[in-house]
Design a binder for this molecule. Sequence first.
Ligand code: NAD
Ligand code: IPM
Ligand code: MN
Length: 365
Amino acid sequence: RKRYTVTLLPGDGIGPEVISVAKNVLNLTASIEGIQFEYKERPVGGAALDLTGVPLPEETLLTAKQSDAVLLGAIGGYKWDNNEKHLKPETGLLHLREGLKVFANLRPASVLPQLVDASTLKKEVAEGVDLMVVRELTGGIYFGKPRGLGTNENGEQIGFNTEVYASFEIDRIARIAFETARKRRGKLCSVDKANVLEASMLWRKRVNAIASEFPDVELSHMYVDNAAMQLVRNPKQFDTIVTNNIFGDILSDEASMITGSIGMLPSASVGESGPGLFEPIHGSAPDIAGQDKANPLATVLSVAMLLKYGLGEVNAANRIEAAVLDTLNRGFRTGDIYSPGTKLVGCKEMGEEVLKSVDSQVPAA
Ligand code: NAD
Ligand code: IPM
Ligand code: MN
């Protein structure tokens, strides 16, 4: 029997609600597939601040590093919004990504036939969309120096950040993106702002250089403002998108809405070695936290990505993905993906229905 250790980081807001569902789904899937999981649950974000005074306790990072994979719910909330930078929940998450060296964040967005009606786009625009955003995760303006708050020569307050990329950072994310595109439909669109930003000029140059290693992949470039527009004009033109940290953050939230809801989109963050970090792309949704309204499917699908990309347990991953589709086929919807004629359920009930579907899936060959 294969045994894995997974660090669970429920975090804040709806984080614990969706992690609870995802853990149950992982447990049942594992028992059917003959895999054993040991869980280490640790505090991160606001929960860690309240408990220990810091958003990423050393012990949490150490446990994460020593496990086979890390599953995170979400962090953040009104309570900590005015904290100083180093005491923000978000800083804990950024340090976790940095500490695990997970520079490549894969954010797939596909429109499931069951959810075409949940998209805010017209059916003919949304139908069949299947794209992957490859977001650089440990560089760019999120981490660039100099940064800070200060005073200018007129005595006025200033806040400043730096968008900076070294060529090795671009090369390694580009290679992951080309490899991703190669396994998909062979099309890669690099999104930048090379008409204005030097960091983007280097980005485009390095992506072009790495392209020579992947002659079978069709590469194009697009400015980020146009990309934001094209995503709602004709999202089917995209296969794989590669972009920097901040553009990837924004474009993936935009892409989520094509699919019906941000509550559906999972992600996988991986590095050269060591455990991957798996999390839904959404946040802690303080507006619905504690009300059993959250859609747990983004986190359930993140578990599928954990099994597939993190542990190579493809059968178990497929079982979970099939169970999610089956649950949707049986008509169950949380509020964010509800449409008339479907059955409105809460987070917990959605979780119970997914468990029934996991159980009823024919064992994979
Ligand atoms: P958010 O993603 O938390 O919420 C945006 C909107 O989407 C809200 O209306 C929310 O109710 C809805 N939503 C999000 N997830 C949902 C789900 N699973 N089911 C149903 N509806 C869902 O973004 P925000 O409101 O901008 O940020 C809230 C907090 O979360 C902030 O503190 C922010 O820093 C943090 N955040 C954390 C992460 C993370 O942990 N990775 C990601 C984004 C934002
Ligand atoms: C995300 C979030 C984070 C980010 C924040 C909470 C630091 O928006 O995971 O998409 O900007 O990366
Ligand atoms: Mn985001």
